[in-house]
Design a protein around this ligand. Structure first.
Ligand SMILES: Cc1cc2nc3c(=O)[nH]c(=O)nc-3n(C[C@H](O)[C@H](O)[C@H](O)COP(=O)(O)OP(=O)(O)OC[C@H]3O[C@@H](n4cnc5c(N)ncnc54)[C@H](O)[C@@H]3O)c2cc1C
Length: 628
């Protein structure tokens, strides 16, 4: 009997600590706009407000609130009634798969789901709307950063709603390069397979003079980098965005609403309120967290306030996408032509696709499509040294490149990610990648806090970890842009000589990537802080090893790591680390579990003097036990 009662107590204890998924939800009903805390939900006291017809017991909450509880989306019918549904509710736009076209309302209505909420009796219509459309995580912007954040949150079991003012993929020429770490993030987001056929292997970057003589090299040529993917891949940004849209469309936890412009964001009582305008007219939405992935003119960044750090870099460039059936015979990487006012960039990005970028004078805003295309055709042919080369200008766009980092990346429930948080001149191909890293860093932390598995303070580490990395890559890109633009014959000659000298130093070609990938910065994780001095791999990411699968295709070790914390050891793990690993619910893996990549994994541990490591969901090592 005693044993039985102790089992019961254990069971009770287990129940008490079991996290309530998506447990924190606001009640915005008139007369009861108070925050329902985690503890209230744990004791199943969902809402005691009569206006909602609820007197305890979560199954009887107003449908809008229940939808929040279960992570569903809720749409309003024109009369203001709630319609609960999953990602395929009427009026929601499910994004097309990689080959589909964008479309609205392709989903299926859930009949009989209309529900009259007590909130309708409210005198103030906006409160009624707010009650109806509350969502746990709202992502503003369906660019690469927003799509990746949504896909990652879905992988961690957190539903989200993306609001995007445009429809379809942004067609203008932008990013053309990603590295192996970004490729790994696409793998976790479920977009790597769709993206694969669109990527073209590259070998890094060369700074050359106007006569194409090499001044400096940045080698990124391994087909199998630290992260288990090619170190350098060329592509066309719309293809990447289509792959991400495909990944998002396969996640039922993500709702995408295109054609919805977020006009303002405000914070009150720890909740965010968004004023939005779409085909249905103005709406007011509330959210527990808002991720501003809304690019350079971010409305979320404005709501967070504070100026950005401006590195004072401003240059106008004309970007030209080119198609040619002829092989234009160029080294497979990025050429940065250091020619002062005539600086330019060119590279091959696909089988018959090339990219050129030309520096414009500061007063030149680009003459408009036709004039730009004629000018671009002449400029490309001049650089090729052949006036008859068969080339077709696909599209041109002029940009003013800037270098900027937001002072604050978070304010209460608001976060900024990607271009909303930082603008990187494109010269080292890292702007989009920085946004992907932001999403990877924040998504698991947000999921852990929402699920009640982590303290809210974990969210502070998003900015403190990401900012040092971003500042370095923005500085590196600004430096390259400045070197390319040095004017005056004498100064240019001196700078070019210095670049050749640096290039001749052994190891210089690989120093660039090492500079822009610093360790994860100071973290709020006490676990990591304690382990800080124990091993040089703490703060670094665990490598991904590849081998051939049964069909001869590539097999990658992250398939074993999964999405959560992992305690990886060679033999029995240290008991202290095992205890800490249990606290964060880490899976325990032995290097032997990694099949044909086990020897490589063991070698990595031993080379770094570690016997066991604790790995975060974003693949960063946060604690290590040294070999005795
Ligand atoms: C010429 C050029 C070359 C580049 N080359 C590279 C490269 O080689 N490698 C690299 O890594 N990066 C490169 N970049 C940078 C890269 O393109 C950007 O960093 C990346 O697109 C940023 O993605 P994002 O999702 O953060 O923002 P965006 O792509 O700007 O997406 C923001 C989205 O938010 C939406 N939005 C904005 N405001 C609202 C609102 N109020 N309501 C609703 N929706 C809203 C927008 O419509 C948009 O879809 C390049 C950029 C340029 C211009």
């Amino acid at each position: 009997m005693g044993g039985g009662s102790s089992r019961t107590r254990r069971q009770l204890r287990r129940d008490r600590v079991r996290p309530v998924r998506h447990a924190v939800a606001p009640c915005r009903c008139p007369g009861h706009q108070r925050w329902l805390g985690r503890s209230a939900l744990r004791s199943a006291a969902w809402c005691s407000h009569r206006g909602c017809g609820v007197d305890g017991g979560q199954e009887r909450g107003c449908r809008a609130d229940r939808a929040v509880r279960h992570g569903n989306s809720v749409a309003l019918d024109p009369a203001g009634r709630h319609q609960a549904g999953g990602a395929d509710s009427v009026g929601r736009s499910r994004l097309p798969g990689p080959r589909g076209g964008a479309g609205e309302g392709t989903g299926r209505a859930r009949r009989g789901a209309w529900h009259q909420c007590g909130a309708e009796q409210a005198a103030e219509a906006h409160l009624r709307i707010a009650c109806a459309v509350s969502s746990q995580v709202v992502i503003v912007g369906a660019g690469p950063t927003g799509l990746t954040a949504a896909a990652l949150l879905a992988r961690y079991g957190i539903p989200s709603t993306i609001l995007e003012r445009r429809r379809g993929v942004y067609p203008l020429p932008r990013a053309v390069h990603i590295d192996d770490e970004v490729h790994r993030i696409l793998q976790v987001a479920g977009a790597a397979d769709d993206f694969g056929p669109h990527g073209r292997p590259a070998e890094g970057m060369r700074l050359v003079d106007a006569r194409m003589r090499v001044l400096m090299r940045f080698a990124r040529s391994s087909p199998n980098g630290h992260h288990g993917w090619r170190e350098s891949t060329m592509f066309d940004q719309p293809d990447l965005e289509r792959a991400l849209r495909g990944a998002v469309s396969r996640q039922r936890a993500v709702t995408v609403r295109e054609g919805v412009d977020v006009e303002s964001v405000e914070v009150g009582d720890g909740m965010a309120t968004l004023q939005v305008r779409g085909a249905r007219g103005p709406e007011v939405l509330t959210a527990q967290f808002v991720l501003g992935c809304d690019g350079a003119s971010s409305v979320v960044a404005s709501a967070i306030g504070q100026q950005a750090y401006d590195l004072g870099f401003r240059q106008r460039w004309l970007v030209v996408d080119v198609r040619s059936a002829a092989d234009l015979q160029m080294w497979p990487g990025v050429h940065q032509v250091c020619a002062g006012a005539q600086a330019s960039t060119f590279m091959r990005i696909g089988e018959d696709r090339y990219r050129w970028e030309f520096r414009l004078s500061d007063s030149d805003t680009g003459a408009g499509d036709d004039a730009d295309e004629e000018w671009a055709l002449r400029a490309v042919r001049a650089q090729l040294g052949d006036a008859d080369t068969d080339i077709q200008i696909l599209r041109t766009a002029s940009y003013r490149h800037a270098a900027r980092v937001a002072r604050h990346w978070r304010s209460g429930p608001l976060f900024v990610l990607g271009d909303a948080a930082h603008l990187t001149p494109p010269f080292i191909g890292q702007g989009l990648g920085a946004g992907q890293r932001d999403a990877m860093n924040l998504a698991w932390k947000l999921a852990a806090v929402i699920d009640g598995r982590a303290d809210e303070r974990l969210l502070h580490t998003y900015e403190s970890e990401r900012k040092p990395h971003v500042v370095r890559s923005v500085l590196a890109a600004t430096l390259v842009g400045t070197l390319m633009s040095v004017r005056g014959t004498a100064v240019q000659a001196a700078v070019h000589t210095a670049m050749r000298v640096v290039d001749s130093v052994p190891g210089a070609a690989s120093a660039g990537p090492a500079f822009i990938y610093p360790r994860v910065g100071r973290s709020g994780l006490r676990l990591r802080e304690r382990a800080r001095r124990q091993s040089r791999i703490v703060g670094r990411s665990v490598p991904q090893f590849t081998s051939a699968d049964e069909q001869g295709g590539p097999w990658r070790s992250d398939e074993i790591l999964g999405c959560g914390y992992v305690l990886l050891s060679d033999g029995r793990p240290d008991t202290g680390l095992a205890r800490r690993a249990r606290a964060v619910r880490a899976r325990q893996l032995d290097v032997g579990d990694f099949g044909s990549t086990a020897p490589a994994m063991r070698r990595w541990l031993h080379t770094n003097g570690a016997r066991a490591v604790l790995i975060r969901p974003d693949r960063v090592v946060c604690a290590a036990v040294p070999i005795a």
